[in-house]
Ligand binder design. Structure first.
Ligand code: MCF
Ligand code: FE
Length: 407
């Protein structure tokens, strides 16, 4: 048993002062150190530096580790030139991305306080790293393929990857999951099969969705920048599905839709009515010229969202705190002291609920995934702790995953 003591603890009821958390693999209770020592006299007591805050470990719901080699190869600024550059550079980027590089990025995530991540896997090459990294990983096997002729073959390959991720040893903390690449790139027949598979095995399910304006235009009107793209690469001139049909494919099983920047209020309301959620990638959306997700509309509609870095294919780091700071800048109209706690909640308890994990909250019975943020000075009120944590944190001071000290 361990007892972690800090000036502040972020609980589902908000920040509590001068308390401690007792835990082994799971959290036992939050109480005063004095009371906890009476119940657990043998416990190891860990005291944190002044102005420290204990948070549940942060959850980065969407990252592409396989694209970790990108620095300047891909074109940022606008979605279609970026996609063209992915097609032109993908093989080389995959070649130069080895296990050492991917493990380094897992370590970078960890140092920023990410104890769980959702790995979107196009080829399955990061499975070994995900098994070895100390973090909890939801391993999203990506399905892609819009051409009916090759669809069965691509689905077969996808199934093999799903099976491989299902047979990871339990101690690796890998959960197998399904990622549909997007509405424009997945044929409706294999889409249905993959959704049914996720449902049958109760696997988390996600999809990129309505990221760019071009995507919305292509799916609704069969026009715009995607037309030339599909003609050039796939000899196709009409989309394989439309927005309504695509959304309906997910009607009976909740999914985590990434981006949704270009979704209308009605589309978002529909997603909410079916129990879905959104992964918000502020820097990726800005770097690929996709715009700003109206998170205030998500709030109004009561549509849950998480915060994610996406891959280094559309970002400059995988730090969750870098992402939070970018979100503060991108959503410049939002009051800082309301937005900051929202981002923290989105990346802990909401993300855990979305991914079906028993972490993300500091309360009895939850897995003891905990991180400690040390503020440089005394916050003037509890209402400011979330904001100062976001503004001042580059790395966390302590990390526990399932009760085990990682750093
Ligand atoms: O989320 C970003 C932007 N939207 C779509 N795809 C990706 C992102 N980062 C990496 N990707 C991958 C995707 O998984 O790029 C490929 C897919 O394998 C694009 S399709 C050739
Ligand atoms: Fe992505």
């Amino acid at each position: 048993m361990k007892i972690l003591v800090a000036d502040y603890i972020y609980t589902p009821e908000g920040f509590v002062e001068y308390q401690a958390v007792a835990f082994d693999e799971t959290i036992k209770t939050v109480d005063s150190l004095e009371n906890l020592l009476q119940t657990y006299p043998e416990a190891e007591v860990v005291r944190t530096a002044p102005h420290s805050v204990i948070y549940p470990g942060f959850i980065n719901t969407h990252v592409h580790l396989e694209f970790s080699a990108n620095r300047t190869s891909l074109e940022y600024g606008s979605f279609m030139p970026w996609l063209d550059s992915v097609i032109a550079n993908r093989d080389e980027l995959m070649q130069s991305c080895d296990n050492t590089m991917m493990q380094q990025e897992c370590d970078n995530m960890l140092r920023s306080g990410i104890t769980t991540f959702g790995a979107i896997s196009s080829f399955g090459t990061e499975l070994e790293v995900c098994e070895q990294t100390p973090q909890r990983v939801v391993f999203f096997n990506e399905l892609i393929g819009s051409n009916a002729q090759y669809a069965d073959m691509l689905y077969g390959d996808f199934l093999e990857r799903v099976k491989a991720s299902q047979s990871c040893p339990k101690k690796s903390k890998v959960t197998a999951a399904v990622a549909i690449h997007s509405p424009y790139s997945v044929h409706p027949v294999i889409l249905q099969k993959a959704v049914a598979l996720a449902k049958q095995h109760s696997m988390p399910l996600s999809s990129h969705f309505l990221e760019s304006q071009a995507e919305h235009e292509w799916l609704e009107k069969g026009e715009g920048e995607f037309k030339a793209f599909f003609e050039k690469y796939f000899n196709a001139s009409t989309p394989v599905t439309n927005i309504e049909e695509f959304m309906h494919a997910f009607d009976t099983y909740p999914a985590h839709f990434t981006h949704a920047v270009q979704a209308t209020r009605e589309e978002l309301a529909y997603l909410q009515s079916k129990g879905h959620s959104i992964a918000h990638c502020p820097r990726s959306n800005r770097y690929l010229g996709c715009g700003r997700l109206a998170i205030e509309t998500l709030k109004e509609l009561d549509l849950p969202y998480s915060v994610a870095t996406d891959g280094l294919s559309s970002n400059d780091s995988l730090s969750i705190f870098d992402e939070f700071r970018a979100a503060l800048m991108l959503h410049h109209q939002a009051p800082l002291n309301t937005l900051a706690p929202q981002l923290i909640k989105a990346s802990t308890q909401d993300a855990a609920e979305i991914l079906g994990l028993n972490c993300g909250r500091i309360e009895a019975g939850r897995l003891a995934d905990l991180v400690v943020v040390t503020l440089p000075d005394l916050p003037q009120s509890k209402e400011e702790i979330a904001l100062w944590s976001i503004i001042h944190t580059k790395e966390v001071a302590h990390i526990y995953i399932e009760g085990e000290q990682i750093a």
